[in-house]
Design a protein. Sequence first.
Length: 234
Amino acid sequence: MMEWALARSGHERAGERGVRVGELSRRTGVSVPTIKYYVREGLLPAGELSSPNQARYDESHVRRLRLVRALIDVGGMSVAAIRDVLEAIEDPSRSVHKVLGAAHDHIAPREGGEDDAAREAAAEQVAELIARRGWRVHPGNPAARSLADTLAALRRLGHERLVDLSLDTYAEAAERVAAVDMAYVTGEVAREEVVESAVVGTVLGDALLVSLRRLAQVDASARAYGGEALPPSV
């Protein structure tokens, strides 16, 4: 009995010291070379050296690796963008609002399209929307610019009716989703958990919302045109 207790105590102490990179890889599904790459790129803190050639990692490394992989695999963010966002998360001088802004800057769609009369009119329409709804958003925000690009593209394609009929409806829906996002974020207490929740809710929340919209569109189409649930290949 005494030997079992001593062995268990030794295992617990070893667990407190962390795990080696091979075990970290097994637990997270991230390959050892990729883990080392993330350390070099500043996405993952270095492990604690237990010998000149060995490092040990704890639960904070497991959590960070899962966050990085989610932002890459689901959020589609680049390594450079994630590094910038993680630096913002770890900067105590930045408010949660500014950290969220840093995440938005990296995930907003790239600006594109012609700089023509349609784009100019769309930019004015976005500015009017922001003012009309009382949003505390600068018209030069990357998301505002990408929205203007989208509206201009719709008009060039002859689908301005979608813009005229649905813009405020979409905006109202977006407000409701944003309120849910913020309710989740404010449920955290520690600052690092608040800012991480804000980033995760923004990046992965986008993917969640897009998937739900696709499902709802399929259902609406089936109801409108008398269809049934179709397999993915159709």
